[in-house]
Design a protein around this ligand. Structure first.
Ligand code: ANZ
Ligand code: ZN
Length: 802
């Protein structure tokens, strides 16, 4: 028969699919929306690691198609952002030109995967027809009071020369370039994501997401329950309010610490402390939050003032220290060194008394060497709270404090409002006009998109203004409200803006009246399965959920969670587990592998390298094994397709077992074992074909099962089996439990040729198992030394003994 020629087969079917798409919407099928995290079109193209996620999503998509769904499987480009802009700075080429080039190349590479993307749905975040709606959403948020301006010290990357959101700071460094982040006082646009904190937290319950990702979001939102307590300041009118999650320890508060930025910080200084206090405040202003939170030698300064513990009237010194953050809680804390690690370190360093208020194992510790941080044990040194359980009191104390009028019960979130402006060029202009009379006025909706103008120089100014600020004719405009001369906002949006809602646009990508029509949104949204890297567990996924909830609230869509199910694939690394990157010189390009082995082999090898949710190391040589499998399967089908073989029980059993195994592994996303399953069953089929032949239905079933994985080869073999329609017009095979069962046969068990008992055993049982069952049935009838054991398959078990 004709040998497998991957090039000819793949070329042939690409062409046929182009002319006759296999994923058609007949208006009757239910929809299934399978989404890939869309790529950033960088100049480096795709490597085999990028393929992995796209292959996984395509296999899943084709499987869903075979289950009878109309598939929504779009692709687009997340194309604003720093790399394109940095490239423009280096080469003087407009980012739109390099971006278009990169997109063309990556699109070519993506097409090599043979994923059934619907390119009619393609979006590009830098396309004015797209970012018109990114700006429109911003205007709606502005109108609802969710977008606001604020001047405050933000995270600043001195290398990228732009402000960053908290989410973009990783271990104190810029997420993009790794430069340590500093602080800069800048006027910013902010999005009030904190207003959605509660819903973002609660609704995680609705989602079929990996627990790990849910936990990361939960921690990021960081809800905590506690109390605010008002401490009077000695000799002053004002009180200082602290936030604590451990009001049970109130009797153990021996000092108080304020963030250096606290409104009262400066004024608490006395003549003796003023110089030191002011110096400390200035030094702290230069440090980033992350630096301040990291575990290191505590620093601080005594203000010279005292607060009064409202519970027991004790005087406590007020310090400033940068381990207290200005923008969390109230920016002031009561310090209980006996029960908090940071307070303990601080008190030890500055010789502040430590008072234990919770007994550990029923005792007061003699010389504390570390804080006892658990809320478990009996209260001591705590006035009339003595003897109570700390865990209980922790819950009850907020109410007690409230009743006493010295504080109140509160809830706090770690989540901060989202710093939404960037002082860079290559992003969506923020559609706001600053009018001296009317204040901030949004660009009227019928004037959107507000197009990004061309500039001569892309260089960030470093002054905290974007390069747009240098274009007078763009900046100077008139107020849409009163007509007075006014100025445009010159900051641009962060890269996350477009990716926060792009998945909604795909299903109505050409609509110039609405972001998405109600009709299409109802029919095709939300996303059923979202596939992408775990690195987006917080940023992108949190922002998308926020945008979706907002658009739900203003009636654009009628669901409030964007992604029902989420799958995170692991990374593919180069040899020795080193991340694939151009700079490391270990990038494997899919192009050569596709040429030498074919797309189908590479698709299957991408899955074969290991469990899809785990990182895997790439080794080109492994693809041979998959290639060999496809060749063997090809020959099996080609050699047997024209023989008329009546299906035997054996063949039927094998077919149902194969369907069962493959489906079960696919359903549980164990895609690597699906591939090894195919290899095993292929060998079994080959063996059977040699012995008694193989029936057509079994071959056909195997071809359908393989179709999501090796679509070209499956189409060809399906045709070779005599069909004229695409293999994807089939429905996914189902298995029958009964048919999977082994046949039982009755066999006599003999001792020295005399039948002692008759037992029932599986027809295809091994010799060893049959003998074992026979001996077991004989029990103590069997005596003497066993000389010989005989099993004539399906006929007789005979034990010869003396
Ligand atoms: C007294 C106390 C006693 C505390 C004790 C802890 C243990 P989470 O869970 O993170 O909300 N805190 C409050 N505001 C702070 C700020 N702006 N910067 C740094 N630390 C701050 O933790 C809240 C706890 O962290 C609060 O409870 C407070 O210290 C501290 F045995 O108050 B605690
Ligand atoms: Zn005006």
């Amino acid at each position: 028969a004709t040998p497998y020629n991957h090039r000819a087969v793949e070329q042939k079917w690409r062409k046929i699919w182009e002319e006759h798409p296999v994923n058609v919407n007949d208006g009757k099928k239910p929809k299934y929306y399978c989404l890939d995290m869309f790529p950033y079109p960088s100049g480096n193209g795709l490597h085999v690691g990028h393929w992995r996620g796209y292959v996984i999503s395509d296999v899943w998509s084709r499987y869903k198609m075979l289950q009878g769904y109309y598939l929504i499987h779009p692709m687009g480009w997340d194309a604003f952002g720093l790399p394109a802009e940095n490239y423009a700075i280096k080469t003087g080429q407009h980012p739109s030109i390099s971006t278009a080039k990169n997109i063309a190349n990556i699109k070519r590479q993506i097409n090599e995967i043979a994923a059934i993307y619907d390119w009619d749905m393609e979006v590009n975040t830098t396309d004015p027809d797209f970012y018109k709606w990114t700006q429109w959403i911003f205007v709606q948020m502005f109108k609802k009071g969710l977008a606001y301006e604020k001047e405050f010290p933000i995270n600043w990357c001195p290398s990228c020369k732009t402000g960053l959101a908290n989410e973009e700071v990783v271990n104190g460094c810029c997420e993009r370039c790794g430069t340590p982040v500093t602080k800069k006082n800048l006027r910013q646009w902010m999005l009030r994501i904190t207003k959605y904190a509660e819903r973002l937290l609660d609704d995680l319950d609705k989602l079929d997401w990996p627990e790990k990702v849910k936990k990361m979001q939960t921690d990021w939102i960081g809800k905590s329950y506690g109390a605010e307590v008002d401490f009077p300041v000695e000799g002053r009118e004002e009180k200082i309010t602290v936030y604590t999650t451990r009001p049970d320890t109130l009797h153990g508060a021996t000092f108080m610490v304020l963030a250096p930025e606290h409104a009262l910080a400066k004024s608490l200084a006395t003549d003796e402390t003023r110089e030191a206090v002011e110096k400390y405040i200035f030094d702290s202003s230069m440090k980033s939050n992350v630096d301040r939170m990291q575990d290191k030698e505590k620093t601080g300064v005594f203000t010279g003032s005292y607060a009064i513990n409202p519970l027991n009237g004790k005087k406590v010194p007020i310090w400033l220290s940068d381990y207290v953050l200005a923008d969390y809680g109230t920016g002031a804390i009561m310090c209980v060194p006996a029960h908090d690690d940071r307070d303990f370190a601080f008190a030890t360093k500055f010789n502040i008394p430590i008072i234990q208020v919770i007994a550990k194992d029923g005792k007061e510790i003699e010389n504390m060497t570390e804080a006892y941080t658990e809320a478990s044990g009996v209260m001591i040194n705590s006035g009339d709270w003595n003897g109570r359980e700390s865990a209980e009191l922790k819950k009850e104390a907020p109410m007690i404090i409230e009743k006493m009028g010295i504080g109140r019960k509160t809830v706090n979130y770690k989540l901060r409002d989202w710093v939404f402006s960037r002082q860079r060029y290559w992003g969506e202009p923020i559609p706001i006009i600053h009018c001296p009379h009317c204040g901030n006025v949004p660009v009227p909706e019928d004037q959107l998109p507000l197009r990004l103008p061309d500039v001569e120089s892309y260089e960030p100014t470093g002054t905290g203004e974007s390069p747009l600020a240098a274009i007078d004719e763009w900046v100077n405009t008139t107020c849409p409200c009163c007509g007075a001369p006014a100025k445009r906002e010159t900051n641009t949006m962060p890269q996350w803006a477009g990716s926060s809602w792009y998945f909604l646009r795909y299903v109505d990508a050409h609509n110039d009246k609405e972001l998405v029509s109600k009709e299409k949104a109802d029919k095709y949204l939300p996303v059923d399965m979202y596939i992408g890297g775990v690195e987006h567990a917080v940023l992108h996924l949190l922002y998308s959920r926020f945008y979706t909830k907002f658009l739900y609230d203003i009636g654009v869509i009628d669901f409030d969670e964007p992604f029902h199910k989420l799958f995170n694939q692991g990374m593919i690394n180069g040899k020795n587990g080193i991340k694939m990157s151009k700079s490391k010189g270990n990038v494997v390009s899919p192009d050569d592998l596709v040429r030498d082995y074919g797309c189908d082999s590479l698709r299957m090898y991408e899955l074969f390298v290991g469990p899809p949710e785990l990182d895997a190391e790439w080794d080109d040589r492994g693809i041979d094994g998959v290639y060999r499998f496809l060749n063997k399967f090809w020959s099996l089908v080609m050699d047997n397709k024209d023989k008329t073989v009546e299906p035997t029980k054996e063949m039927i059993k094998l077919r149902h077992r194969m369907v069962h195994t493959i489906t079960q592994r696919l359903e549980s996303f164990s895609l690597n074992t699906v591939i090894s399953g195919f290899m095993e069953y292929n060998n079994k089929m080959i063996e059977l074909a040699k012995k008694e032949g193989i029936d057509k239905e079994t071959l056909e079933t195997a071809v359908i099962l393989l179709a999501p994985f090796a679509p070209h080869l499956s189409e060809e073999l399906w045709q070779q089996l005599g069909h004229t329609e695409s293999v994807f017009k089939n429905t996914w095979p189902e298995h029958d439990e009964e048919a999977m069962k082994d046949d039982e046969v009755e066999v006599p068990v003999q001792i020295n040729g005399k039948t002692k008992i008759v037992i029932s055993i599986p027809a295809d049982i091994s010799k060893e198992d049959a003998i074992a069952k026979g001996k077991e049935a004989l029990g103590d009838k069997l005596t003497g030394n066993i000389i010989k054991e005989i099993y004539v398959p399906k006929k007789i078990i005979n034990i010869v003994a003396k």
